[in-house]
Design a protein around this ligand. Structure first.
Ligand code: THU
Length: 131
């Protein structure tokens, strides 16, 4: 199954009764294994979690910490882009050249970017070195 199809499938499990905006994320880790996540909202709105965060949690829980490819999909007219927090979360586990594809279930339109393009000037461990 393609990364896109995997992300589209897990998106259907999203718990998004407040925004009615379901998102799916599929992450291919360094081993080649694909980890999936969907957004999980909560009646206490700030407690909700994004699809990317779920996929990252699944990857780390399985014992992997390096991602090689990411696909995020929603049902919006334009492909969904990861929120700022998720860009930082993804950058924790992937190098700047990791490809991130953003898609939509309503058309074949895709946006292709890298982690570095999504999060220029990312805060990294290097910034704390020597402090
Ligand atoms: N959302 C994600 O899961 N990932 C994104 O990349 C953008 C936004 C979710 C959060 C919330 O449940 C809903 O989409 C509306 O913001």
């Amino acid at each position: 199954m393609s990364l896109r199809d995997a992300a589209a499938a897990v998106r259907l499990n999203a718990h998004a009764p407040y925004s009615n905006f379901q998102v799916g994320a599929a992450i291919r880790a360094a081993s080649g294994t694909v980890y999936l996540g969907c957004n999980v909202e909560n009646v206490a709105y700030p407690e909700g979690t994004c699809a990317e965060a779920g996929a990252i949690a699944a990857m780390v829980a399985a014992g992997e910490t390096r991602l090689s490819e990411v696909y995020v999909i929603a049902g919006s007219p334009m492909p969904v882009t990861p929120c700022g927090g998720c860009r930082q979360k993804l950058a924790e586990f992937g190098s700047g050249d990791v490809p991130v594809t953003m898609g939509t279930t309503v058309s074949d339109t895709e946006i292709h970017m890298t982690l570095a393009e999504l999060l220029p000037g990312a805060f990294t461990n290097d910034h704390m070195t020597g402090s």
